[in-house]
Every structure is written in C-alpha cells, then in structure tokens.
Design a protein around this ligand. Structure first.
Ligand code: 6PG
Length: 481
C-alpha cells in the first residue's frame, strides 16, 4: 500500500472472500485499487493482511470510495445477489457522474441485470453484469470473466479485466459477452453445465463403487488416470482429490462420511427455469438439479427405503476393468450432450434478446479459470470456429465421432445401471436425448393426435402444408383448421 494521492484506477466494494481476492488480484497486477466494505473491519483486515501485495486505497464510506477514483469511475460490486446488490447500487448511483461504470461481479440473475442496466443507462451510467467463475482461488489467481454491458464500457474495462483473468495459451479468459444481461446469462449457463458435469461424475463414481465394487481410493486413481485423456478437466482432477481424502477423525474415506444431501444456491435451477421459458431441452442440467433436490428429501427417501428396501447391488470386481472403460466413455458422451444443450440454450437466448453471442468465444473463455474448465472446450471452440451456425455440438465431426465411438459402452452402462438399480438419471437422460434427436420419427405425432382429440388443438401433416382437425366425435373426417 502506498500513500500517494493519485486517484485509484478501479474500486471494489464488498470484501468477503471473493471481493477481497478480486481486489488483491487487481492490486497484484499493478492497479491502484480502492476498497470498501459496509463494515470497515473487513477493509482493515484486508489492508493488514495483504496491504503489502499492492496499491490499496481503503475507504470508510462509499462517498470516500467514489472520491478516490479516476474518471470515468469503475466500481466493482461484490455483494450477495438480489436485494443486497440493489441496496449498494441505490446508494452508489447518486454519487456518480455520467459515463461512470458500475460492475456487478456476483451471481446475479440476468433479468435483474437487464433491469439494472436499463435503469442506470437512463441515468447516463454504464452497468456491467460480469459473471466471474473460479471460486476464491480463481478470483485471486485468475478467474474466467464474462462481462456484459455496453461496448463502450468494455473499452475501458476490458484491458483491466483481461489482465487479471486466467490466461490459456496467451489468450485471456475474458471477452465482451454482449449487451445488458448477456454476461450473467452466460455465467448462469456455465453453472448449469457445472451442475450437469458434477452429477455425471457422481454417477460414474456411484457405478464404480456399487457395481464395480471399487473403493473411493481406487476410484480416485481411476479419475486421476482419466484426467490425462479426453476427460481432462478441473472437476475430474478435484474428484480424484476428494475421493482420495481420508477423514482424519474416523480414518475412513471422507466421501463415506459426508451426508448425501446436495445443496444448491440456485443458479442451476435458474438455468432450467430459463430453458423452460426458451423451450430448450437442457435435460442434463434439469436432471442434475432434480437429483440434488431428491437427495435432500430425507423423509421421503427414508419412507421409500422402508417400503421397498435399498437395491441390492452385487458388486463384482471381475467386471471392473471393462466397467471402468465403459463408464469413462459413457461419462464423456453424456458430458458432450450436457455441453451441447447448454450451448443450445445460449444460442436461443442470444436470438431472443439480440445479444449476438459468439459461442466459440464462450468456449474460449471457459478454457481456464472457471469451474468447468476442460480440455475439450478447445474442441468446442474449434467446432464453432468451423461453423458458427452448427445445428448442435453433437453433429460437429469431432463430437459426432466421439459420441458414436462411445455409444455401445454408453448403452451397456445404462442397461447395467438400470438392471442393478443404481440411479443414473444423467447418463439415462443424455442417452435418451441423443436417441430422440436422431430418431427418424418421434411419438410426438401421437401427442398431437391426442391433443386434437380432446381439445381440437389441430395438427400438421407430413405430406402437405396446413393445419388440420379430425372430427373425432362426428364422422371422423378431416377438416382444414
Ligand atoms: C463458479 C461457481 C460459483 C459457485 C456456485 C455453486 O463458477 O465459481 O459456479 O459460482 O461455486 O454458485 O453453486 P451451488 O451452491 O448452487 O452449487
């Protein structure tokens, strides 16, 4: 920390772990950073513990924070999404001047971001909803940053954000995502994919454990091996860490003593809600959200266990080798489906809101820093570079071949799991999605027939244009609708 009077380049308000780590990241990159927290104890703690890392300007009040900044001002808000964010914005706006920028780095709902952006635009201010992924560690050492908002705001902010973001092959994991809520929408889908990815990993573990008879330590080794192939990713890497860890108190694998009730803060649920609105089938993400909800229904689970008993799985080590390879392939294929669905959702939102999202660029900024960073995001980027209008990631040559190659193993895994009574909603729904998408005919024709029968909802025909209705309760002749 220095005592010079030069104005600060940028500010951070909200100094819980994410906020203070982001401020430290900025300071470590040579920016003079003004820092503020509602209760000044946190500001003091940051300066005491980390003041030596760079050039911090502590502020007691928001007025002081604003006064310490060069213009146009850039203020990053790192507080809880929802009402706390609105409260800070309301307090901040009267202190600002046209051209200043307010950046929300929390996990805001994109609709809130759209609302806030419109309101601040009215006041001549820029509001930037920036998704930031990578947890505490990422915030400090290089997150993936997904800023939305005006192009003009990005001209000022982009260089700063790009410099503190993770870098992969010299390319920053930060790009201007699009106007208003685009950044937070993309972050939301990132989190939805994160849910799906984790659910698939958990199912893979469950199968190896309950069907393959492998211990968490053995499965940790399997994941470690997988992390040097196509599945290489942060989540696979940390799966090996978690599964390989022993509880110091009891001496058993930690995973065996963690309560099996998964929690959620809501971004996965938002992803599914928005997908429903947009009519995009994100079945992998939905199954992951529901699997977490189901795990938390403790009373219901107990009642069902008492009524039916737990499935008795006869683990057989004999089949483990084959199973490991099959599960690896099923995991990979299901993961491709989950990502394909998430990218479909971003494309649909882009069309709906006129965001003009560059899907290849989204894959690029997810290659490093974020929770779903993975080797195969390079493949996704390549796929969209080749064809920005790709009908589905699944039909890109590389992924088409990968999924085709995995198909037999994928089916064996799903059949085996269903027979054994091990729930694999992620694997099953991914396979069903794949089969549905490539089916020549879907039974949606019958659904249409039924809708026409009970509600005269009409149907279209395969052989000519128009809408038709059958006089079901009359002579059953067909009429133009
Ligand atoms: C990230 C994470 C981060 C957070 C999730 C966890 O990208 O850094 O996604 O945003 O860890 O919100 O979400 P749940 O609590 O809903 O699992």
């Amino acid at each position: 920390m220095t005592t010079s009077e030069a104005p600060a380049r940028i500010a951070v308000t909200g100094l819980a772990v994410m906020g203070s780590n982001l401020a430290r990241n900025l300071a470590r990159h040579g920016y003079r950073v003004a820092v503020h927290n509602r209760s000044s104890a946190r500001t003091k703690a940051l300066i005491e513990e980390h003041g030596h890392e760079g050039d911090f300007v502590p502020a007691e009040t928001l007025e002081e924070l604003v006064a310490s900044l060069q213009t146009p001002r850039q203020i990053i808000i790192m507080v809880k999404a929802g009402a706390p964010t609105d409260a800070v914005i309301d307090e901040l706006v009267p202190l600002l001047e046209p051209g200043d920028m307010v950046i929300d780095g929390g996990n805001a709902h994109y609709a809130d971001t759209r609302r806030r952006e419109a309101a601040l635009r009215e006041a001549g201010l820029h509001f930037v909803g920036a998704g930031i992924s990578g947890g505490e560690e990422g915030a400090l050492n290089g997150p993936s940053i997904m800023p939305g908002g005006s192009k003009e705001s990005y001209q000022h902010l982009g260089p700063v954000l790009e410099s503190i973001a993770a870098q992969v092959d010299g390319v920053p994991c930060c790009v201007h995502v699009g106007p208003d809520g685009a950044g937070h929408f993309v972050k939301m889908v990132h989190n939805g994919i994160e849910y799906a990815d984790m659910q698939l990993i958990a199912e893979a573990y469950d199968l190896l454990n309950r069907v393959g008879g492998m211990t968490p330590t053995q499965i940790a080794e399997v994941f470690r091996g997988w992390n040097s192939g196509d599945l290489e990713s942060y989540l696979v890497e940390i799966t090996a860490e978690v599964l390989g860890h022993f509880d110091p108190e009891t001496g058993v694998p930690l995973v065996d003593v963690i309560a099996d009730e998964a929690e959620q803060k809501g971004t996965g649920r938002w992803t599914v809600q928005e997908a429903l609105e947009l009519g995009v089938p994100v079945t992998g993400i939905a199954e992951a959200v529901f699997a977490r909800s189901l795990s938390g229904r403790v009373e219901q689970r107990k009642a069902a266990r008492e009524a039916f008993g737990s499935p008795e799985v006869l683990a057989s080590e004999r089949i483990a080798d084959q199973l490991v390879e099959d599960v690896r392939q099923a995991l990979y294929a299901s993961k491709v489906v989950a990502y394909a669905q998430g990218f479909d959702q971003m494309r649909a939102a882009s069309a709906e809101y006129g965001w003009d999202l560059d899907l290849g660029a989204m894959a690029t900024i997810w290659r490093g820093g974020c929770i779903i960073r993975a080797r195969f995001l390079d493949r996704i980027r390549e796929a969209y570079d080749k064809d920005p209008n790709l009908a589905s990631l699944l039909v890109d040559e590389y992924f088409r071949d990968a999924v085709r190659d995995a198909e037999a193993a994928w089916r064996r895994v799903v059949v085996g799991a269903v027979e054994a009574g091990v729930p694999v909603p992620g694997f099953v729904s991914a396979l069903a999605y794949y089969d549905a998408l490539r089916s020549e005919r879907l039974p949606a024709s019958l659904v249409q027939g039924l809708r026409d029968f009970f509600g005269a909802h009409t149907y279209r025909r395969t052989d000519r244009e128009g809408s038709f209705h059958t006089l079901w309760s009359g002579d059953r002749s067909q009429v133009d609708a």
